[in-house]
Design a protein around this ligand. Sequence first.
Ligand SMILES: *[C@@H]1O[C@H](CO)[C@@H](O)[C@H](O)[C@H]1NC(C)=O
Ligand SMILES: *[C@@H]1O[C@H](CO)[C@@H](O)[C@H](O)[C@H]1NC(C)=O
Ligand SMILES: *[C@@H]1O[C@H](CO)[C@@H](O)[C@H](O)[C@H]1NC(C)=O
Length: 292
Amino acid sequence: MFIHCELIILSLALALDGRVHSARIIGGHEAVPHSRPYMAIVMGKGGKIHCGGFLLNKNFVMTAAHCQDKSYEVLLGVHNIQKINDAQRVSVEQAFPHEGFNKSTYENDIMLLKVRKTALQGITIAIFVIYHFGFSTCYCKCFIYAIFFSLIFYCFLFFIPLSGLKLSSEANFTQNVKPIALAERKGDCLPKSCLITGWGRTSANDRYMSDVLREVNVTLIKDERCESENLYCSTGNKGTGQGDSGGPLVCEDGKAYGVVSHTYQAKDGQLFYSYAKIPDHKSWIYLTIKNA
Ligand SMILES: *[C@@H]1O[C@H](CO)[C@@H](O)[C@H](O)[C@H]1NC(C)=O
Ligand SMILES: *[C@@H]1O[C@H](CO)[C@@H](O)[C@H](O)[C@H]1NC(C)=O
Ligand SMILES: *[C@@H]1O[C@H](CO)[C@@H](O)[C@H](O)[C@H]1NC(C)=O
């Protein structure tokens, strides 16, 4: 279980000021297949596996802002990444990284992905309309006009599969694909019995991510820096690794409290795993979904 692969580079660059992105995995075990039906794999441009994420509703997936890429594809209902035939594959219409995300401090490391409803339906309908309009109004007079649009239409249909474009749609809820609720703000108490899940690396020497979804329980700690940066933090010998970024921190009532963000090494060498605090971002999340 590990954070975003590209962060290895960042860890070297950023190690000097004390902020590192750990490359050790830490405890954890394989999750019961499909017991975390909200889990998503967020792939960047080119299908390279990228980050974790979680499903909020039929149209939105939440992940970390540092998982930003030029385009995305999301897989739902996956347990083993070698066996994704039954997975739901959705493409992303628009990404909403938090406007306050700071690449050097990782503040506001939260992003919403809006699922593309029907990628090419609009264009298909438009061409259909023009095609039939061409036929009915011009009938014989503009026979060439009609043939022209027929040709365009059939070329279009022919090239959809060749171009790799797929008509994708919003997520369907099934036994293996379900949304997770977000936690509300609740006093100063830290949530208890929290769990993180992901396909991230399980050791520093691993070149690849874990094939199967893994999970580990973590205990949140009180820490001034974490509190001031709207983070939940955990420490100890269990935590997230490269590839786990963007996954959820799920606590006591089964709701999502945080987004796996980064690890941080204090001056005394203690390693902190940090999670963007969802209750602190509730109004941003609500407004972004409402205005999307
Ligand atoms: C959801 O179900 C519809 C109808 O069966 C299907 O066309 C669509 O592709 C499904 N969506 C995904 C993401 O698999
Ligand atoms: C990010 O945070 C650093 C340190 O607080 C600050 O100097 C910098 O201006 C911030 N960058 C942005 C884009 O806000
Ligand atoms: C781990 O966390 C999950 C989610 O909150 C909880 O249901 C489970 O009881 C925890 N397990 C342990 C051993 O604490």
